[in-house]
Design a protein around this ligand. Structure first.
Ligand SMILES: NC(=O)c1ccc[n+]([C@@H]2O[C@H](COP(=O)([O-])OP(=O)(O)OC[C@H]3O[C@@H](n4cnc5c(N)ncnc54)[C@H](OP(=O)(O)O)[C@@H]3O)[C@@H](O)[C@H]2O)c1
Length: 332
């Protein structure tokens, strides 16, 4: 089978697109014939040598997939050949990745793809959708009527946070770098979207929520806690998901005087049981057309190195040339 894999970590040029054996399925694993996958920033950190954990050799890149069950392991009970399935959280904490024509995935990570939902759509919503769900519902306990700010409404996570917050009945304010991105944020359901290059974000926030926002979802890798804490409502919740090397200043007094809380979310540490409510809600919302994918580019799997470069230029380099997810398709 064709796969996008690495034998050593390094720049995007380290990625090989070539033949690997189709994986064997054991126990409760399921062999999935992969149709579409999506690229996430974490894929580029791992490929670049972040050394979070020991990688399988060779290491197939990628966390997400959508496809069709080809075969099932001897102890697998949930799926039959021909079933359409999706998953995320592969290629992490020692598991093999998904960027291949076939992938062996334990059935505990798989979800059925709802009828009428395209492979590209579900692949683009998977890791980012689970992350948004864990933070909004598991940690920040979002309620109808809450106000929430998220940086980067057209980003992978930001686009999911907007839509899930609206599903929860919250009022959403977000940012985009261009007029087109601002318009896209509104299409995704944001009540207010600010062009942070040309407008005053703090003033727009004060106008939107004069008593402060209830939830601040930070997608940036360099959070500015003076700004964040200043724009929070009493008893507000801050969600952090990024900033590996960052050691920012922190305004302690207003944080505790406002009785704020702050949560760290990391999707790859959750178990398949903890993830299940996220996957089930995502499926229901996809079926009801309440949740939409925000896809910026669709490329063939053979272009994985190009896709990694593009993701890296945007997430790390802030190139601004992406407005959502990169989805890759196999030749199946
Ligand atoms: N902890 C976890 O479990 C978890 C899960 C997923 C992702 N993450 C991390 O979360 C971060 C975001 O992930 P992602 O997939 O959403 O990345 P992404 O698709 O690259 O989105 C990043 C967003 O940030 C925006 N942005 C960049 N600089 C900005 C600035 N100065 N002001 C306002 N917006 C700015 C960009 O919007 P514009 O183009 O409008 O500037 C873009 O929409 C990454 O660092 C990723 O590694 C963590």
């Amino acid at each position: 089978m064709k796969a996008a894999y690495i034998e050593q970590t390094g720049p995007p040029e380290t990625i090989r697109y070539g033949d690997l054996p189709v994986p064997e399925v054991h126990g409760t694993e399921v062999l999935v014939k992969v149709a579409a996958v999506s690229v996430n920033p974490v894929d580029t950190y791992i490929r670049g040598g972040a050394h979070y954990w020991k990688l399988p050799q060779p290491f197939v890149l990628g966390c997400d997939l959508a496809g069709v069950v080809e075969a099932v392991g001897p102890e697998s009970q949930k799926y039959q050949p021909g079933d359409r399935v999706w998953c995320t959280n592969q290629g992490l904490v020692g598991r093999q990745g998904t960027f291949a024509e076939y992938a062996a995935v334990d059935e505990c990570w798989l979800y059925p793809i709802p009828e009428g939902v395209e492979d590209e759509t579900v692949a683009a919503c998977s890791l980012v959708g689970v992350t948004a769900h864990l933070g909004l519902f598991g940690k920040a306990q979002i309620q109808a009527g809450d106000t929430i700010f998220v940086h980067g409404g057209t980003g992978g996570v930001g686009s999911m946070v907007i839509q899930m917050a609206k599903i929860a009945g919250a009022r959403v304010i977000t940012t985009g770098a261009t007029a087109a991105k601002v318009a896209r944020c509104k299409e995704l359901g944001a009540d207010v979207a600010i062009n942070y290059k040309t407008e005053d974000v703090a003033a727009a926030l004060a106008d939107f929520a004069p008593d402060g926002v209830d939830i601040f979802w930070e997608t940036l890798r360099e959070p500015n806690f003076d700004q964040i804490v200043n724009c929070m409502a009493e008893r507000g919740r801050i969600v952090l998901i990024a900033g590996r090397e960052t050691r920012p200043e922190f305004p302690v007094r207003p944080f505790y005087v406002k009785a704020l809380s702050m949560f760290g979310v990391v999707m790859f540490k959750v178990s398949s049981q903890e993830m299940r409510p996220c996957g089930e809600d995502i499926n229901r919302w996809l079926a009801e057309k309440k949740l939409r994918a925000n896809i910026s580019k669709i490329l063939p799997l053979s272009a994985t190195a190009t896709a990694h470069r593009l993701q890296e230029e945007n997430t790390l380099g802030k190139a601004g040339t992406l407005a959502g997810k990169i989805v890759l398709r196999t030749s199946h």
